[in-house]
Design a protein around this ligand. Structure first.
Ligand code: 13P
Ligand code: SF4
Length: 301
């Protein structure tokens, strides 16, 4: 039974021709009112092709910026503009440009978890779902990957290419330890361990499969096993358990809780739709440059 606030949000979204997108880590009540939930790649593709006038992005700043980069004619709303990504803040355009120059202007591959300004000085973007495809599609054997050193090491281990690292990381994925994984495996000995590529290499070595968030949901559905330990942010437990009600899911560690991903409430979504609060824009010169990197990624099938 829907509450008044949820009914009001759905009504307003219809009246204003708005689409509500939610990342897989968002709180359950936000995922429930969304038109579409997904991983970063799915949400950017959806943002690019929707015919809605308004995109309400329930995620963090870089996701709403990416939606605006792809659809500047639309109003893009981030219901709580305080929702950022600590990893995205670990790289800035000036430092990145200097490093690229020092490395002889090799291509820069930038994880979508980055600011529009960083995307603007990059050659191509990637997500956790397509990082190997993107790396292989680049026509040089050497590149610099930002900001996630763990994602870059994962890509390097799966291609023959030389990948220079940037020293960024997701504090929540990076903090998962082999001891945490061993404890989760001891508690759930029949479970497979699925890890996100933002985890450090010593964790990925222990994984039965390495997947993006939506990749984990698909993998669990296709597997003949019925128990899984998830090496990712604990918000994923909700959509994965909903998608596979006959299977069981356990967090690799309760420490993997991203505060920024929990900053949006239903009250924020309602206020945002009612008053168009939290509008996200990017200066046009930065948008055009960043669009080059994002579009190149989307065009890789
Ligand atoms: P994906 O959903 O693309 O796997 O990304 C994880 C993430 O950290 C988003 O902030
Ligand atoms: Fe950023 Fe990590 Fe939070 Fe994703 S889970 S938004 S990468 S801090």
């Amino acid at each position: 039974m829907e509450n008044q606030i949820e009914i009001k949000i759905r009504q307003l979204a219809k009246e204003k021709n708005a689409i509500i997108l939610a990342h897989n880590y968002q709180p359950p009540e936000i995922q429930e009112i969304a038109d579409l939930c997904g991983d970063s790649l799915e949400l950017s593709i959806q943002a690019a092709k929707t015919s809605a006038d308004i995109i309400v992005f329930c995620g963090v700043l870089f996701m709403a910026e990416t939606a605006y980069i792809l659809s500047p004619e639309k109003t893009v709303l981030l219901p709580n503009p305080d929702a950022g990504c600590p990893m995205a803040d670990m790289v800035d355009p000036a430092a990145l440009t200097a490093r690229k120059k020092a490395l002889g202007n090799i291509p820069v591959v930038t994880y979508v978890n980055s600011s529009a300004a960083v995307k603007a000085v990059s050659d191509i973007c990637c997500t956790s779902a397509n990082v190997i495809r993107v790396t292989n599609a680049i026509d040089t054997d050497e590149m610099l990957m930002t900001p996630d050193r763990n994602l870059a090491q994962y890509a390097a281990a799966n291609t023959h290419k030389k990948i220079h690292l940037w020293e960024g990381y997701c504090p929540f994925h990076n903090n998962l330890t082999p001891q945490d994984v061993a404890a989760a495996k001891a508690a759930h000995p029949k479970a497979l361990f699925i890890a996100h590529p933002e985890c450090p290499p010593q964790i990925l070595e222990l994984a039965d499969s390495i997947q993006s968030t939506s990749g984990m949901i698909r993998f669990a559905g296709e597997s003949d096993k019925d128990q899984f330990i998830l090496g990712t942010e604990t918000g994923l437990i909700y959509p994965i358990a909903k998608a596979h009600p006959n299977k069981r899911f356990f967090p690799a560690s309760d420490k993997m809780y991203c505060l920024d991903m929990k900053k949006i409430t239903l009250a924020h979504v309602l206020d945002s739709l009612e008053n168009l609060t939290g509008e996200i824009k990017v200066p046009e010169d930065i948008r055009i440059a960043a669009l080059g990197s994002v579009q190149k990624m989307i065009d890789i099938k």
